[in-house]
Ligand binder design. Structure first.
Ligand code: SAH
Length: 257
């Protein structure tokens, strides 16, 4: 294994996809946080249409389905995630109203003003926070909601090591007041913004990955790309431990004006 930590952008997407298929969540979050965000939304009925963009294998989508009426369309670029999503929906007997589709968040298959709620946990960074908020707005009915979680800085300044890490991984990260402003400028009333508790990163995200990483390394013994990838993930979780006072995920809920 090389000692140098590589940038996440250097790894093969299929490798990343295979690894994340083995864990329940592909980003920080929890059932409690999904339900807290949902508690701000008061307009859903059996006629509602919800989408979950960058749904992954559907951990949070199934929580939504258990607590909302209406139809849910999950969208993700990775067919493997969508297959797992649809078999999860079937296991819970939601297949009539919860469907996963392969697609991209920058080319959505909806009509203007078709949706009551756009959900996206830990995924809007793929298109960029501001761009996603602006481009997705047209698909919402007037009075419809958007609820997204996004990486945020907690302070105006931070140590160089963590600043450098994020500038490489996702330079779109910004402070909470700036992101609330972007939400407002994109045409939504900022209804709520709250920080995801630490256990969304630890208990629900990094901890389940410890055994998954051991298994993945064993399955790919001798594969240097896999060793580098796992080293990268371990480095990322160590950085979280060291610098969690400076950044985290924030849930932003907005209502279309
Ligand atoms: N919402 C899930 C997954 C978050 S990880 C969770 O919280 O567990 C980010 C997800 O975005 C991955 O599943 C990835 O495949 C997906 N993704 C990446 N680019 C995308 C795009 N252009 N369109 C749709 N999904 C995308």
């Amino acid at each position: 294994m090389s000692n140098e930590i590589k940038s996440i952008h250097e790894f093969d997407v299929n490798l990343i996809c295979e690894y994340y298929s083995s864990v329940e969540r592909q980003g920080p979050g929890s059932t409690e946080v999904t339900l807290k965000a949902l508690s701000f939304i008061d307009t859903l009925s059996e006629e509602s249409h919800i989408t979950d963009l960058g749904c992954g294998t559907g951990g949070q989508t199934m929580v939504l389905a258990q607590h909302t009426p209406g139809k849910i369309t999950g969208i993700d670029v990775f067919p493997t995630f969508i297959d797992l999503f649809n078999s999860n929906a079937e296991k819970l007997n939601f297949q009539q109203r919860v469907k996963g589709m392969v697609g991209s968040m920058d080319d959505l298959p909806f009509q203007d003003e078709e949706l009551d709620l756009i959900w996206s946990e830990g995924a809007i960074y793929n298109i960029g926070f501001e761009r996603g908020l602006r481009e997705w707005r047209r698909y919402l009915k007037p009075g419809g909601y958007i609820a997204v979680s996004e990486a945020s800085w907690f302070t105006d300044e931070r140590p160089a090591e963590i600043e450098k890490f994020w500038m490489d991984a996702y330079p779109g990260i910004d402070t909470i007041p700036n992101q609330v402003k972007q939400l407002q400028k994109a045409g939504y009333i900022p209804v709520a913004a709250f920080i995801l508790p630490e256990n969304c990163w630890t208990e629900h995200f990094y901890v389940p990955q410890v055994p998954a990483q051991e298994v993945f390394l064993k399955e790919h013994a001798g594969n240097e790309a896999v060793e580098d990838f796992i080293a990268n993930l371990r480095h990322e979780s160590q950085l979280y431990d060291k610098y969690k006072a400076f950044y985290g995920y924030v849930f932003y809920i907005g209502k279309k004006i």
